[in-house]
Design a binder for this molecule. Structure first.
Ligand SMILES: [Zn+2]
Length: 495
């Protein structure tokens, strides 16, 4: 195992920071506040009690490391936390470690930088490439949504403000340092970190952090045992304390078969017959690639007609470029060719706003893929506004829909959806295709835990709705004989 040193010496918490800590007392444990040198504490600042906003702080008297810097989405009670002062002064954080480039793991980084964080951000090369795309897009959307809200007068903030701007993003991007998989990086004296492939999206990893007090393994988001595009995940070295995601902690996925995605194929066939179009909201990073790969397979098997397929998301198209980059071909399924894994003759790339608006009323039955995947923002909102009221059309939800999102409302059978300050009737057919999920299900999460060596002495379930997190902790206790509990938001534990 190689050891790379990224920082020389150990950065201390300054006297000013210590004074500031008084303002952040409730969320921090006694060890950090008193400046006890040996104690290391773990604080759950996001991704606990909810799926989004992943942020886990490891802190001792001298060192602070934040694992993931995700933004909260969905439920208002959590979204409002994006606007609260961070639990510790951001400038007192030495290093941020990123598991993968989804916005609920990296999207808060520009806000941290705006508020004074100036340390290094360590991530794998594909994560850095994808994070650049995700964060630039996030700044664009935040600024545009604030402007729209100002015009429409429907913001809660007066005047409406973006969470951060493009300047914050550019400063954040300068802090990234690339790490390789399976290499130990020294963060500070007695602190190292190692990234292991998680098979969730390109570049995604679990991160094992060795602290002076104990080792802690952060699962990040875990892929299924097999992924339609990526090589399967690897099992990292075990640790004393393990945080495992629980997005699907209370559910099992479909068994996939030769007739995989048949409900989707049938929906595309009958929607085209009645002259409608199929809208597929999809996360720009990874889900779009998986949807395109699936449509390629369905078309080549003669199971769907050859319809025009529009990818209407500049971010998704940029991410597709990264997936096709030969530098990352090692991460793809060995039988896929990076250059041609998406092979759809009628694939159209929509880049300009003008072409995007034209797509609101397609002239012939079409398949439109647009982000965001949970319809929380982005171009997909305009398509939903135009396509939902017509019962010839269909909308396919391609994965987990967080509570409080429009995607969740559609999945739960909403008859109206609020968009841009008005109510839009839902008459289009809605299909939930969970076969698209690139998250492990309950059995696969338990398999991952069971494979860890040495076995953990404490497991915290995170990144799940309360019911999923509690169910996974109960299953880990009952079936694997582990000590496991669901972490709660704001909780701090001593290692
Ligand atoms: Zn993710």
């Amino acid at each position: 195992m190689r050891l790379c040193v990224t920082r020389k010496g150990v950065k201390g918490v300054s006297a000013i920071d210590r004074a500031d800590l008084a303002n952040f007392g409730p969320i921090l444990g006694a060890g950090v506040q008193a400046g006890v040198m040996d104690a290391v504490e773990l604080s759950f600042l996001g991704g606990a009690g909810t799926v989004t906003g992943s942020k886990y702080l490891l802190g001792s008297g001298t060192t602070r490391v934040l694992i993931d810097a995700g933004v909260f989405q969905g439920e208002k009670q959590f979204r409002l936390l994006n606007w609260e002062p961070f639990a510790v002064p951001p400038r007192s954080i030495d290093t941020v470690l990123i598991t993968h480039a989804h916005t609920d793991h990296v999207g808060y980084l520009p806000a941290l930088v705006r508020d004074g964080f100036a340390g290094e951000v360590l991530a794998t090369e594909a994560t850095v490439e994808l994070a650049e795309i995700v964060l630039r897009d996030a700044a664009f959307l935040a600024e545009r949504d604030a402007a729209h809200a100002a015009e429409g007068g429907y913001s809660k903030h007066h005047p409406p403000l973006p969470l951060f701007n493009i300047g914050d993003v550019e400063r954040a991007l300068k802090l990234f340092r690339i790490v390789e998989f399976e290499v130990d990086y020294e963060l500070a004296e007695g602190w190292t970190a190692r990234w292991t492939r998680a098979g969730h999206i390109l570049g995604a990893a679990s991160i094992r952090v060795q602290t002076p007090a104990a080792s802690v393994l952060f699962s990040g988001d875990l892929g299924r045992a097999t992924h339609p595009v990526l090589r399967a995940r690897e099992i990292p070295e075990g640790a004393d304390v393990v945080l495992v995601e629980s997005t699907y902690g209370d559910r099992e996925h479909f068994e996939t078969s030769a007739r995989a995605h048949e409900p989707l194929a049938e929906l595309i066939r009958h929607t085209a017959r009645r002259g409608g179009s199929v809208l597929i909201p999809a996360f720009a990073v990874d889900r779009t690639e998986v949807v395109l790969q699936t449509l390629t397979e369905l078309l080549h098997a003669g199971r769907i007609p050859a319809l025009p397929v529009f990818v209407n998301s500049p971010m998704a198209l940029a991410a597709l470029g990264v997936y096709r980059d030969p530098r990352f071909s090692d991460e793809l399924r060995p039988d896929l060719d990076a250059g041609s894994f998406v092979d759809l003759p009628q694939l159209r790339e929509v880049r300009s706003t003008e072409d995007s608006i034209k797509l609101n009323n397609p002239k012939v039955p079409s398949i439109i893929i647009s982000s965001s995947g949970m319809a929380t923002g982005g171009r997909v909102l305009h398509h939903l506004e135009h396509l939902l009221p017509d019962d010839r059309n269909a909308v396919v939800l391609t994965g987990y829909q967080a509570i409080g999102t429009r995607g969740r409302a559609l999945a739960d059978g909403a008859t109206h959806l609020k968009m841009h300050g008005r109510q839009v009737p839902v008459r289009a057919e809605i299909l939930i295709d969970e076969e698209f999920s690139v998250h492990a299900d309950a059995s696969e999460l338990l398999d991952w835990l069971a494979a860890l060596s040495p076995a953990p002495r404490q497991v915290y379930t995170v990144h799940g709705d309360p019911r999923s997190a509690v169910a996974l902790a109960a299953a880990a206790t009952a079936r694997l004989n582990l000590t496991a509990v669901a972490a709660s938001h704001g909780q701090t534990v001593s290692l």
